[in-house]
Design a protein around this ligand. Sequence first.
Ligand code: HEC
Ligand code: HEC
Length: 281
Amino acid sequence: MVGLGVALAVAAGGLPAGGAAAESSAERGDYLVNTVMACGNCHTPVGPNGPMMERALSGGLRFETPDFTVHAPNITQDAATGIGGWSDAEIKRAIVEGVRPDGALLAPVMPTTFYQVLTGDDLDAIVAYLRTVPAVEATTPPRSFSALPEAHPFPGAEAPIPEAERAADVVRNGFYLATIAHCMECHVAWTPTGPDPVNGLGAGGREFPGPWGVSVASNITSHPEHGLGGWSDEEIARAITTGVSRDGSRLKPPMGFGYYAGMTPEDVGAIVAWLRTLPPR
Ligand code: HEC
Ligand code: HEC
């Protein structure tokens, strides 16, 4: 009896704060896909009333550049029009290497250059969750391109950051989360040759035209006037998770606050801690 009591106490001590039971791989994947990584921000169709959740992940946004026109495809489990017929290895290769089973390269709109930082466990979790996504039959128009720009890994995202390293350092964890959330795909300075993560990390300025007009990615470096330097942690967390800026104004798409709303306070806090370390621009 005594032995059992000790075992229970140890097990209870090992539970995460809040007392929630350990999450399964598919649950972890659900969290990653639908909050931090906001896959639906591109892959879910948008109707007049916002994202069409009954057709979640069945194909969404169109991306047009001088070099290519692509649509975020159907990644539901439909075998004919989605990825239901792909093996786990094929899905992982598309996510982290940007290569389809037929060998075709994906346009770098799909943020594979950020996803190489994913740990094996998180990649397994994403695939486990995708397997649970209801099949929706939907085709997106064929892709067309003259050239695909060369894709380079985001600096620091060349290899997975182990779980233990993140558990030991909140800023490191924040970098991991902000990277898989690809915040810096939008909030980086853009030059005629593409993004400049070395000199323009967090500087913003990239324009996003859409039904909302044109939104401009904000400067989210620690600059005291142009960036977030003068904001409190709570104000930054509120902007990320509710889309309300410091002055109370509402942020426009494609900032993914509707997805980030579901992030745990710990994960939002880690991202804020990392943003604080960005040199002012
Ligand atoms: C910024 C927009 C964007 C985000 C975010 C995004 N994707 Fe994509 N994804 C795309 C686009 C666009 C393509 C197609 C590119 C092409 O056709 O060359 C694509 C292709 C894919 C493919 C290959 C499918 C096929 O039929 O070729 C898979 C699998 C995929 N994405 C999974 C995901 C997952 C899982 C996530 C989240 C972890 C995600 N994507 C996040 C835009 C995005
Ligand atoms: C797909 C592009 C995109 C992604 C990804 C993105 N953002 Fe944004 N973000 C924007 C745009 C555009 C705005 C400005 C919206 C506006 O002004 O209405 C913005 C605004 C913000 C603001 C408000 C700043 C201010 O001055 O009001 C913060 C903070 C922010 N983003 C942080 C983040 C973080 C952290 C991430 C990753 C977890 C992220 N963003 C991911 C496009 C993006």
